[in-house]
Design a binder for this molecule. Structure first.
Ligand code: FPP
Length: 247
């Protein structure tokens, strides 16, 4: 028996939701091929609706944060035309979503080397972040030109600079003090990481922060990700016993 979306929603224990969910959105290209489109771009375009649904669902459930892996550092090696298309999709999304973000009290932030984004895209990102900065509900964190190892290397560089300037002593470097140098130290670590498209990899995503995250893999391709699949992932998460290395 398959439960309706409403039944799944009721089944969810609203007091034991993850605070931070992170998603590796994968399978846009395969979705396009499966649906007979010549170009992978159709998959990316369809993926935007899934981004909207995931964000809306996270806000409706009052999650603290949702991080979406929208563009990795490795993605810069894709064909120039595909990169241009993804960047124009992103720019349009960042502009068009402003009313929805405001209506749902969502604050937009980003993680990654955004200086590598095309100027118009980066300007729109900063503009949308500024417009939504006072919102107090869901934090929507877009990982853009993001790499987990780079984030760690960036933190090490900042600490080394402080150490060279005598501001921090090597003996004082603890996990907590290290984490304060990551891109968004104010965000709790993700409790749940979801990856779509049947791939079982972490792909350089939130490497430090994923230490104790629960992982959920689904065969669904990203453009087909919907509220129902999100709820199923959350229910699965609630069935797990998190021990954080204890007994
Ligand atoms: C992976 O699919 C997806 C991406 C590289 C980008 C994700 C982008 C979107 C969902 C749209 C833009 C996002 C925002 C936030 C506006 P793939 O191309 O690797 O698929 P494949 O593995 O099937 O080839």
């Amino acid at each position: 028996m398959t439960l309706s979306e409403q039944e799944l929603f009721q089944q969810l224990d609203k007091n034991r939701l993850p605070r931070h969910v992170a998603i590796i959105m994968d399978g846009n290209g395969r979705w396009a091929r499966l649906h007979g489109f010549k170009s992978r771009m159709s998959g990316h375009r369809a993926g935007i609706d899934a981004v909207r649904t995931a964000t809306r669902t996270a806000a409706e459930l009052n999650l603290h944060a949702l991080t979406l892996y929208a563009f990795s550092e490795e993605n810069w090696s894709r064909p120039k035309r595909e990169i241009q298309f993804l960047m124009s999709l992103l720019r349009r999304f960042l502009k068009d979503e402003i009313p929805e973000l405001m209506e749902n009290n969502i604050r937009l932030v980003s993680s990654g080397h955004i200086r590598r984004l095309p100027d118009d895209c980066r300007m729109q990102l900063l503009e949308t972040q500024k417009i939504t900065q006072k919102n107090t509900g869901l934090i929507l964190n877009l990982a853009l030109s993001y790499g987990g190892r780079t984030e760690i290397a960036d933190a090490v560089r900042k600490i080394a600079t402080d150490a060279a300037a005598g501001k921090i002593h090597p003996d004082d470097i603890t996990e907590e003090r290290f984490a304060a140098f990551l891109y968004h130290p104010e965000l709790p670590d993700p409790d749940l990481i979801i990856r779509t498209s049947g791939e079982y990899r972490i792909s350089n995503f939130l490497l430090w922060q994923a230490a104790y995250a629960e992982l959920y893999f689904t065969n669904v391709l990203w453009p087909d990700f919907n509220k129902r699949i999100f709820l199923e992932a959350l229910i699965d998460y609630q069935k797990r016993e998190r021990r954080f290395g204890g007994v």
